[in-house]
Design a binder for this molecule. Structure first.
Ligand code: PLP
Length: 333
């Protein structure tokens, strides 16, 4: 496998650190390490930055001058895309879906949304359950009519090109583990639009690093999530010329921690946020990493990681905390 064959724009701060979490480990009774993909460096960082390196590579190759993407209102993907566009002098057109129904001004205007505006993206808000792909096509048509060259990035940057960023992360993690003499039994990540887990699975499979990846779902039920991850992992491996190396048994998603729905928090998420902040000085986010840590904490308590060394992929998102001021502040008093 040779990732250098693929067009790539280089702006991420890599490699991201792999750090022990001794105080959180002691709380959970698990040897826990954190892979700090919250430190990828693009306007606050997060997991979309690695995907965007490959997506921007393709966009620049195609001569694009406008990036078009979509996400939930507090999307971290949108923030990172807006930053990437700004740094390459491209226009950025965003469609934001109010997927949670939250109308609080913090949710609709602060956190990531404030940063999207600061970064110069043009934002268009649409109601819950809008056909987001159709909306992006509408923007792309208008852009072409004006003589522009649009490049559409799917939600979460989750197609095979974007997932190459997480193939690269799998290779990076395996190299760090070798350097540090660390035997990793399991990698745990939040899983949403599936590109992160799919890229990791494809990277582990194609490189032979063979570290099992557990996705903790934030939206879809298990069957749907595992199917999405598997299909994209196969497509990503195929892009690298190794379609046959990804098999269905490599894909695990635990979707028992979604709670009331995508972007909706509960006490166990708040407990995960506070425990991680107060043991490690580490900021998780309300939508993804807080929910994944809620799952990791519960699974650890049930003995699911007995005797294992576990790496938690910190996919970023702390900028979204400010969108949840109304829910979080009363819980923290
Ligand atoms: C998008 C996102 C995820 C989920 O990654 P997918 O590739 O969409 O599955 C996890 N954590 C954070 C902070 C994110 O922004």
């Amino acid at each position: 496998m040779n990732l250098a064959r693929f067009a790539r724009a280089r702006f991420a701060h890599l490699p991201t650190p792999l750090e022990p979490a001794p105080r959180l480990s002691a709380e959970l009774g698990v040897d826990l390490w954190i892979k700090r993909d919250d430190c990828t460096g693009l306007a606050g960082g997060g997991n979309k930055t690695r995907k965007l390196e490959f997506l921007l590579g393709e966009a620049l190759e195609q001569g694009a001058d406008t990036l078009i993407t979509q996400g939930a209102i507090q999307s971290n993907h949108v923030r990172q895309t807006a930053a990437a566009a700004a740094s390459f002098g491209m226009a950025c057109e965003i469609i934001l879906e109010n997927r949670t129904g939250n109308q609080a001004v913090d949710y609709t205007g602060s956190g990531n949304v404030l940063l999207d505006r600061l970064l110069g993206a043009s934002l268009r808000m649409v109601p819950m359950d809008t056909d987001m792909n159709a909306e992006m096509e509408t923007n792309a048509d208008a852009c072409r009519r004006r003589g522009g060259t649009p490049y559409i990035i799917p939600g979460g940057g989750s197609n095979a090109v974007g997932a190459l960023g997480y193939v690269d992360c799998a290779l990076e993690l395996a190299a760090q583990a070798n350097d540090q003499g660390l035997v990793i039994d399991r990698l745990v990540t939040a899983t949403g639009s599936a590109g992160t887990q799919a890229g990791l699975v494809a990277g582990m499979a194609v490189s032979g690093a063979d570290i099992p990846v557990l996705g903790i779902g934030v939206r879809a039920p298990k069957d749907k999530q595992e199917t999405n991850v598997f299909n994209l992992a196969v497509e990503t491996a195929a892009l690298m010329g190794h379609r046959e190396r990804v098999t269905r048994d490599m894909v695990f998603a635990d979707c028992d921690y979604v709670g009331a729905g995508y972007g909706l928090i509960d006490q166990a998420v708040i407990d995960a946020l506070t425990l991680t902040a107060r043991t490690e000085g580490l900021l998780l986010d309300p939508v993804y990493t807080g929910k994944a840590m809620k799952g990791l904490i519960d699974l650890a308590k049930k003995g699911a990681f007995e005797g294992e060394t576990v790496v938690f992929l910190h996919t970023g998102g702390a900028q979204g905390l400010f969108g949840y001021h109304g829910e979080l502040e009363p819980a923290l008093l």
